[in-house]
Design a protein. Sequence first.
Length: 158
Amino acid sequence: MPISDPRAGRYGEGPHQSGGVTVSNYPVLLHTAIDARDCRGLAEFYRELLGLHYRDRDKPPSDGSPDEVDWIVLLDDNGSRVVTIQKKEDTTPPTWPSEVVPMQMHMDFEVRSLEELERHRERAEKLGARLLHDRTHVEDAPLYVLADPAGHPFCLVL
C-alpha cells in the first residue's frame, strides 16, 4: 500500500528500520515552550509545581552575577524535556474565559484523587497561581482551571 493511500494511516504504518536505526513515522513532542516576561519566575513556578529540575546550563547563577537567561529548559527525573520558558517582553496574558485576549494553548495535569486535586490546587496557589474556575462539583470530570503567574491557564484534572 503506498504511503499516500489513506488506508495506510498517517505517513504509513508504525516505526520502521532504516540503516539499522528504528525510525518513527511521526515527529515526537520535545517540550512545550511558554512565553513569559519573567522567564526565571515562571520557570520556578513550573519547576516547583511539577517537581522538575533545571538543565545544567539553565540553573540560576550562584555567584551573584545577573540572571540574563532568555530560554530555560526544565527536565523530569529521567532527563527528558517537559517545559521550556522563553523570555518575551511583548506577551499579553490570556483573559480566559473572555476572548478579549484568546488563549492559544493550555496544559492539563492529571491527578489521581479528589484529595490530590485539592492539595495540588493549594500548592499551585501558594506558588503564585490563581484560581479561574472551580468545576469540582461535576462528579464525572472534576477539575480546576488556574492561571500560572504569567497568566497562562492550565487545568488540574481528575
